[in-house]
Design a binder for this molecule. Structure first.
Ligand code: ADP
Length: 351
């Protein structure tokens, strides 16, 4: 340090910079699959040290497709155990269950009043769900994106790590925010999506995105034999009929996934291109690597599943930690919309 610096008045202590807040939700619809991890959860883990990270298991959303109470409870615990096993650290991020902060549904109602029905009817996922569950086209399916917007903006999060399938929903959240802000004054920031290097992971059919509801998943925390069976069933390059035919790794889902499980994927691609290796060899190698990669996480997952009270404590404490933020936003919003006296605004803005 220079003499001049030591002689001068102590440097003013800089106020700690608030870290940007991120939020993401995941449905408790079974154990996590490879698409969830490569498309979103890897980013959850990576971003938890850089940002103020809030991650939510969205059980209210799951109710639009699951009506079995015990199953929902079990899946919620399983999803929490999966996320913790994959690297979410409750010391560095907040993990909670959506229904433990019921303010989300109140805000969803308020946001619904500034959301035209036509925006919701044109949502691609709504159209897909109508086809997937024609006997249960419930109101929640239509308003799903409004609740999703509420989940994000109740914490005024600015960044949302998700897979590309969520792009339309996120755009809708931004539209809802603009609609609210135009009517009631600047209240919410417009959230932005953050993608991984694998924003869309295709399923074992090699055509549609990997998704629990499509039954084309690789269940990364499942038993090794299940993973091997799922990888073996994967559709590869459909034009490669004979073992001696040269392959096209750029269109082969198995080859594309090798990119994420080892530094030698170019060599693997070359083997396919020159027919030095066959699809069966490439699949076997991929299965071995996926099993090995997720084996420590699977062990942690099994430990956590055997200790439900630990998982429940983590989730409860996450929801408690968020209470002041959720309540502050609700107080501000109620005041702006004329639901409470204006004096609530001041308390809200101080948080
Ligand atoms: P699912 O579609 O299997 O029901 P969710 O809707 O709960 O999974 O998705 C949880 C997160 O995982 C979201 O951010 C979503 O965008 C991401 N995700 C899901 N499937 C994929 C996929 N096949 N590729 C990339 N990201 C995905």
């Amino acid at each position: 340090m220079s003499a001049l610096a030591t002689a001068s008045a102590p440097a003013p202590v800089e106020a700690p910079q608030a870290r940007a807040r991120i939020f993401s939700g995941i449905q408790p619809s079974g154990i996590v699959h490879l698409g969830n991890d490569l498309g979103a959860v890897r980013n959850y883990v990576r971003l938890q040290s850089e940002y103020e990270a809030i991650y939510c298991i969205v059980d209210y959303h799951a109710l639009t497709s699951t009506h079995d109470a015990d199953l929902l409870r079990e899946r919620t615990r399983e999803m929490a155990a999966s996320l913790l096993a994959l690297g979410l650290d409750p010391e560095r991020c907040t993990l909670f269950v959506q229904s433990h902060r019921p303010e989300h549904t109140e805000l969803a109602w308020l946001l619904a009043t500034v959301t035209p029905v036509s925006w919701l009817e044109r949502t691609p996922t709504y159209k897909e769900k109508r086809e997937q569950q024609p006997n249960d086209i419930n109101h929640g399916l239509l308003t799903y994106p409004v609740l999703q917007a509420a989940d994000i903006v109740i914490y005024k999060a600015t960044l949302v790590p998700v897979g590309k399938d969520q792009a339309a929903h996120l755009e809708l959240s931004r539209e809802i925010v603009r609609s609210f802000n135009n009517r009631y004054g600047d209240t919410f920031p417009q959230p932005q999506a953050v993608y991984t290097e694998a924003p869309v992971v295709l399923g074992t059919d090699g055509v549609r995105k990997m998704s629990k509801s499509l039954g084309n998943t690789i269940d990364i925390l499942g038993p090794p034999e299940l993973i091997r069976k799922q990888v073996t069933s994967m559709v590869t390059d459909t034009k490669r009929i004979l073992r001696t035919d040269p392959g096209r790794p750029e269109v082969c889902n198995v080859c594309r996934l090798h990119r994420f499980f080892g530094p030698d994927f170019e060599e693997i691609w070359e083997g396919e291109r020159t027919a030095r290796t066959g699809c069966v060899d490439t699949k076997k190698l991929l299965a071995d690597r996926i099993v090995a990669h997720y084996s420590p996480a699977r062990e942690r997952f099994l430990e956590l599943i055997a200790n439900p009270s630990l998982v429940e404590r983590i989730l409860e404490s996450g929801a408690d930690r968020l209470r002041p933020k959720a309540e502050a936003t609700m107080a501000e919003v109620r005041a702006k919309m004329g639901l409470r006296s204006g004096s609530w605004t001041q308390a809200a803005c101080s948080l």
